[in-house]
Design a protein around this ligand. Sequence first.
Ligand SMILES: Nc1ncnc2c1ncn2[C@@H]1O[C@H](COP(=O)(O)OP(=O)(O)OP(=O)(O)O)[C@@H](O)[C@H]1O
Ligand code: NI
Length: 342
Amino acid sequence: MNLFNKTKDNNKENNNMDKNIDEIKIDEMKIEYSESVLLDVSGLSVSFNQYVKNLKQVELNVIHDLNLTVKKGEIVAVVGSSGSGKSLLAHAILGILPSNAVVSGNILYNGELLNDKRKKQLRGREITFIPQSVNYLDPLMKVGKQVQIGMDKKDASKNQKKLFSRYGLKTKDEVKYPFELSGGMLRRVLISTSIRPEANLIIADEPTPGLHPEALEETKNQIKELANQGKGVIMITHDIHSALDIADKIAVFYAGSTLEVALVSDFEGEGENLRHPYTKALWKSLPQNGFKVTEGSQPMANKLPSGCLYSPRCENTCSICKDERPKMREIRNGMVRCNNAT
Ligand SMILES: Nc1ncnc2c1ncn2[C@@H]1O[C@H](COP(=O)(O)OP(=O)(O)OP(=O)(O)O)[C@@H](O)[C@H]1O
Ligand code: NI
């Protein structure tokens, strides 16, 4: 069944009064759709309803107008400061945001517009997740059983054993609880929970923190292997070196938005091929590029500047940057959200 029929059929099932409107929207999206695109996130916004003083409710907008595309067989690294929205992007794709989150925008997977019900069906099967912390493992469940979750019951034990052997875990480890394993072993258990034959998209949230060089190399190889099998990978990381080592492109997040999506090959020399001043600053802050520090810090979600999010720290800020938030545009095979980028 081709994409168009599939989405049309889904609409038929819903059969609501907005059917014509939905079909028109999907028609427009189909034009943009390319066979090699596995995931297309566009205009994603996430807000949280929060209670402040005097029981007043406010909406805190933590992700705004965020775009990201992942092709089949591609590793897309997502980098950016703490709090820039990297994990929330992962949680939005997986449909595991907390209930006070308000989400808008489109997430297309294999050309199909995902709603919460569909995300739940795909989660742990076609779209799998390696979470940021080993604390995501259930402390009261044996690790072997945790790896079997979501597997077909009749083959679960056999497949879990295969994964343990593949990732250097011993049979006797199956019956252990998380607290009985080392940090490195727990990371391998986490990776095992994400390996499913039907997985097409793997989202790894900080898969490499604190790993010793050998384990780091091993994890990077595991991720490359998944991409070589044609799976799409989103690798969220603070480790720009690892990102440059294995990714195809790098998405740079800042204060809940993508400022640039660049090819790995753009990160070279003085950063002259990079498009956004923030990406250039990140590149120059690396030890091998002189550790140059940029003044200021990422703005808080409740204190965002009205124009370009980076304008208070940018050397090239002009009056339009202070008034208007730049739109994402394509330049030299990359994407950038900057008025002055050429
Ligand atoms: N449940 C929530 N309610 C309110 N704000 C939240 C909630 N979860 C996350 N946030 C806020 O959203 C922003 C983005 O958080 P997120 O966890 O995605 O950051 P991150 O880029 O993954 O950071 P890190 O690199 O530290 O993991 C942060 O400012 C965070 O405080
Ligand atoms: Ni995070």
